[in-house]
Design a protein around this ligand. Structure first.
Ligand code: DAT
Ligand code: MG
Length: 154
């Protein structure tokens, strides 16, 4: 494991599951070299959604966001890799798909901020908090991949 190996939480939101884009989205991140270390489907309840989006509690879009994220199942994934947090954020594209660069997940597959398909932790600190909200430590099995030296130098 190289020194800058990080773990980050990705959610495929209800729109991604309903649109049949789970494979396409995870595939992009997996193909980049990130390692899937945990994954499950679940339907978030309001309490969990409020906790996950606690930082946005005072924002006008908060109720709608909680409503949306709890309407239908999501996929939660923990990805590991060199600079995983920033890699995922940049591969996702900006929050508003209108501004997201083509080539990014949101820039290629989404059109509106309220249907932007994917969540990714925005820092190493929030990643740790978010991962623990979705996964118990025993749900994250450790394993090695023989391909690792072909993805990172050290
Ligand atoms: P991101 O998901 O890129 O980390 P964020 O943390 O600022 O973005 O916001 C969380 C989610 O809330 C975002 O994915 C979509 C929704 N959201 C953010 N800003 C919004 C806005 N101005 N209007 C409607 N929904 C918004
Ligand atoms: Mg965010």
């Amino acid at each position: 494991m190289s020194a800058d190996t990080q773990r980050t939480l990705v959610l495929i939101k209800p729109d991604g599951v309903q649109r049949g884009l789970v494979g396409a989205i995870i595939s992009r991140l997996e193909a980049r070299g990130l390692k899937i270390v945990a994954m499950k489907m679940l339907q978030m309840d309001r309490e969990m959604a409020s906790q996950h989006y606690d930082v946005h509690r005072q924002r006008p879009f908060f109720q709608g966001l909680v409503e949306f994220i709890t309407t239908s199942p999501i996929i939660a994934v923990v990805l590991e890799g060199s600079n995983a947090v920033e890699l995922v954020r940049r591969s996702m594209g900006t929050t508003d798909p209108v501004q997201a660069e083509p080539g990014t997940i949101r820039g290629d597959l989404a059109v509106e901020i309220g249907r932007n398909l994917i969540h990714g932790s925005d820092s190493l600190e929030t990643a740790a908090t978010e991962i623990s909200l979705f996964f118990k430590s025993e749900e994250i099995p450790g394993y090695t991949r023989s391909v690792e030296p072909w993805i990172t130098e050290s």
